[in-house]
Design a binder for this molecule. Structure first.
Ligand SMILES: Cc1cc2nc3c(=O)[nH]c(=O)nc-3n(C[C@H](O)[C@H](O)[C@H](O)COP(=O)(O)OP(=O)(O)OC[C@H]3O[C@@H](n4cnc5c(N)ncnc54)[C@H](O)[C@@H]3O)c2cc1C
Length: 433
């Protein structure tokens, strides 16, 4: 099994380890609950709250051998994987669930100025950058520079962009409000840029309009049909103007992991592999692809979305096929059928939208439903308790807990290689990352 994400974990839980010896390889030692990454980026939760060591998840499942390594190449003809640290590994069956990465749609040069949100490191970096910007804004006497430092642009009006914009607004309006003397964080400008004519295209137009209203009530400035020409250290340049901003966050799209590109199958424009109806690679029934790297119109005739329930269901489907074949039933593989239980997006305190099997609702009930679902699916009892306590604390006190900036010296040295140590130049701030 390559990847210990949502798909990989579901596969390893479902596979019959009496008959199969499973090797689970991940380049990280932890499973990451990506739906809550934005809360780490906006200082609502701490880094360990949303991650869990993969080794610990399978400590009782003896047939799963967890290995920390990175797959560099899959050779489907010779049935082996080349690993970064531990050489080559042969397989009888291979399940690939290595997930997606940020898609800049051919503008990878923007990444340095508009980081995406896919890993814990991304979330920690974003949080550091925004908290650091407020510190810089507090020190500067230049009103234009202060405005730039206090502007956050979120690119992409999907669930991630909406959640980030809402959370940045709450961070500045409520959490940081009383912490500064010279600036008023409540004046922070949060801009959400969406390339099409509406946000949350996965939801019905009515629900998306409700989300838009809730965001605007919070103070988020939404710009639709926004066409970006460039992003650099000064901010974002659009076809019809520019937004000076020290913090730009990219939440506009994903593409499949690099590992998928050399696989001998058809790929779509986002690099996702076009699998057979049973999730195997055409001509290689022993290799399955699951989760975000897959492009599939399922047995119901609908495209399967890149969401965690789809990845989990695919992991279980691949495990069921392999379990069956290990019991000697070699024909009659079932096609994959996605069961869509609904979608949700949260906008902020008591604000969310939900579509549960066609039942649409918004506001406080949707927010409560969102909280409960995320707590249920978060991996690890300790994490659930810790997140629940943090949410209650944040809700009642209006004070997000994770606001410590670390790695400042390193951040400063990286962006100012010729600068003297920070302690000497503290009164003369250098450029922001
Ligand atoms: C910010 C954000 C918010 C989201 N919010 C939601 C939400 O609210 N609801 C929802 O349903 N979905 C949400 N998603 C999408 C959801 O997280 C993905 O659909 C899901 O994680 C896909 O699961 P996966 O198993 O395919 O991949 P992942 O969960 O991404 O797991 C891939 C695993 O593979 C490992 N890996 C990658 N490359 C290699 C390699 N070469 N070698 C070894 N290991 C490797 C990675 O370390 C990772 O552990 C969100 C995603 C993001 C980024």
């Amino acid at each position: 099994m390559l990847g210990g994400g949502f798909g990989g974990l579901a596969f390893c839980h479902a596979i019959d380890t009496i008959r199969a010896e499973v090797i689970l390889i991940d380049r990280q030692n932890h499973h990451l609950f990506q739906p809550l990454l934005y809360q780490v980026a906006t200082a609502g939760l701490s880094v360990p709250d949303i991650a869990h060591p993969i080794r610990s998840i399978f400590r009782r499942k003896k047939g799963v051998d967890v290995r920390l390594d990175e797959a560099l190449q899959v050779d489907v003809e010779n049935k082996n994987i080349r690993l970064r640290d531990t050489g080559t590994l042969s397989y009888d069956y291979l399940v690939i669930g290595v997930g997606a990465r940020t898609n800049y749609f051919g503008n990878d040069q923007w990444e340095a100025f508009a980081p995406g949100l896919k890993t814990l490191d991304d979330a920690a970096l974003l949080r550091q950058r925004i908290l650091f910007s407020f510190e810089r804004a507090e020190l500067t006497d230049d009103p234009e520079e202060r405005a730039r430092l206090m502007t956050v642009v979120v690119v992409g009006g999907g669930p991630t962009g909406v959640e980030l914009a809402g959370a940045f607004t709450e961070l500045s309006r409520f959490v940081l409000r009383r912490d500064f003397r010279r600036i008023d964080p409540a004046q922070t400008r949060i801009v959400l840029l969406e390339a099409t004519d509406r946000i949350l295209r996965q939801f019905s137009p009515g629900l998306a309009a409700k989300a838009r209203k809730q965001l605007e009530k919070l103070g988020v400035e939404i710009q639709l049909n926004a066409k970006i020409r460039s992003i650099d250290e000064t901010g974002v340049t659009l076809e019809d103007g520019s937004i000076p901003a020290a913090n730009v966050v990219w939440g506009a799209g994903v593409r499949a992991s690099r590992l998928c590109a050399p696989l001998p199958v058809e790929h779509d424009r986002a690099g996702r592999v076009k699998v057979a109806p049973d999730l195997s690679l055409p001509d290689h029934p022993e290799v399955f692809a699951i989760g975000d790297i897959v492009n599939l119109v399922d047995a119901n005739g609908k495209p399967v979305p890149g969401v965690s329930p789809a990845a989990m269901q695919m992991g279980r489907h691949a495990a069921a096929i392999i379990n069956r074949e290990l019991r000697g039933k070699l024909n009659g593989r079932k096609p994959f059928r996605y069961v869509d239980k609904g979608s949700m997006a949260t906008i902020g305190r008591s604000k969310a939208v939900a579509d549960i099997r066609g039942l649409e609702f918004a506001g406080f009930p949707a927010w409560m439903a969102w909280l409960v679902v995320h707590l249920i699916f978060l991996v690890g009892f300790r994490n659930r308790v810790s997140v629940m306590i943090s949410w209650m604390y944040n809700y009642f006190t209006y004070r997000g807990g994770a606001r410590i900036i670390t790695g400042l010296d390193r951040m400063f040295r990286l962006t100012n290689p010729k600068a003297r140590p920070r302690s000497v130049v503290e009164t003369k701030p250098g450029p922001l990352p």
